[in-house]
Design a protein around this ligand. Structure first.
Ligand SMILES: NC(=O)c1ccc[n+]([C@@H]2O[C@H](COP(=O)([O-])OP(=O)(O)OC[C@H]3O[C@@H](n4cnc5c(N)ncnc54)[C@H](OP(=O)(O)O)[C@@H]3O)[C@@H](O)[C@H]2O)c1
Length: 236
C-alpha cells in the first residue's frame, strides 16, 4: 500500500451545496472567525493543495495569515506557510498568479505527462513541475508528496479535486462549512460532481464534530481509520 500524507479536505458551501456563485466575482461563504479557524488548520499542515481551476478562478495566496502562527512555524524550523501544490492537465497557469508569487514556501505543480514540457517552459522558474501521470494520479501524487516529507496535507478545492480525493478514498477528514444562504444557480460549481463515493446509504460517514462558528456551522467528518481526534482553537 503506497504511503500518503494525512489528508484533510476543507471547503465552505451554500445551503444548496455550491462552492461559489455563478459569476466571476468570488462569493464569500465563510466568515472572519471561520477564516481564522482555517488559518490554524493551514498552519498545522505541511502542504496545501488546490486544483488549477481554483488557481485561475480565485487567484488564492494560500498563506498562513496570522503573524503569531507564522512565527510559531518559523520557530519549528518550517517556512512561514506550508508548501503549495496544484494539479493540471493542460498547464494553463499564469506564472504571475498569487499561487506562484506569494510566500517563500515551495510550489509544486503536478502536471499530466503530455503537458510537462509546456509546464516546465511556463512555470519552471517559479515552481517544481512533477510528472503526475496521464491524467494526474492522486495516489501517485500522495506517495510523491510523502517522499518529499509532506505528512499532513490540506486540500482546499475546488469541486473536481474534492470529487477525486473522495471517490479514490484518499481523504482522512472532511471539514465542511455551511453558509446560511442559497446560491440557486446550477451554473455555479458544486462541492462534488458525479462519482462513486465510498460513503453511501449502506456506509455512512462518521460525523466526528459539529461546531457553530458565528453564522456558519462546521461539520467535521472522519473518513478513515487514521482520523485523529484533535480539536484546534477557533480564535486567533
Ligand atoms: N467554497 C470553497 O471553499 C472553495 C474552495 C476552493 C475553490 N472553490 C471554487 O471552486 C471553483 C473551482 O472548482 P473546479 O472544480 O472548477 O476546479 P478545481 O477542482 O479547482 O480544478 C480543476 C482543474 O484541476 C485540474 N485537475 C483536476 N484533476 C486533475 C487530474 N486528475 N489530472 C490533471 N489535472 C487535474 C484540471 O486543470 P486544467 O484545467 O489546468 O487542466 C482541472 O480543470 C472556483 O470557482 C472556486 O471559487 C470554492
Amino acid at each position: 500500500m503506497p504511503e500518503r500524507p494525512y489528508t484533510i479536505l476543507s471547503c465552505s458551501i451554500s445551503l444548496d451545496g455550491y462552492l461559489g456563485g455563478a459569476t466571476e466575482e468570488r462569493l464569500v461563504l465563510s466568515n472572519e472567525a471561520d477564516l481564522c479557524r482555517v488559518d490554524r488548520v493551514r498552519a498545522e499542515c505541511d502542504a496545501i493543495l488546490v486544483g488549477a481551476g481554483t488557481v485561475r478562478d480565485d487567484n488564492p495566496r494560500l498563506l498562513v495569515r496570522d503573524p503569531g502562527l507564522r512565527e510559531q512555524r518559523r520557530a519549528r524550523g518550517l517556512p512561514a506557510s506550508p508548501a503549495k501544490v496544484t494539479i493540471t492537465r493542460e498547464a494553463r497557469l499564469d506564472a504571475a498568479s498569487n499561487f506562484f508569487t506569494t510566500g517563500d514556501s515551495e510550489k509544486l505543480v503536478y502536471c499530466a505527462s503530455q503537458a510537462v514540457p509546456a509546464a516546465r517552459r511556463r512555470l519552471g522558474a517559479v515552481a517544481t513541475v512533477v510528472d503526475g501521470g496521464q491524467p494526474v494520479d492522486l495516489a501517485r501524487l500522495g506517495q510523491d508528496l510523502h517522499d518529499r516529507g509532506v505528512r499532513r496535507l490540506m486540500v482546499e478545492g475546488g469541486g473536481r479535486v474534492h470529487t477525486q480525493f473522495l471517490t479514490a478514498d484518499l481523504a482522512d477528514e472532511l471539514h465542511l462549512v455551511i453558509a446560511p444562504f442559497f446560491v440557486g444557480n446550477s451554473r455555479a460549481h458544486r462541492f462534488v460532481g458525479v462519482g462513486s463515493f465510498p460513503w453511501h446509504p449502506g456506509r455512512r460517514a462518521h460525523l466526528a464534530e459539529t461546531r457553530q462558528i458565528g453564522d456558519v456551522v462546521l461539520l467535521r467528518y472522519a473518513l478513515s481509520s487514521r482520523f485523529a481526534a484533535t480539536t484546534e482553537r477557533t480564535t486567533c
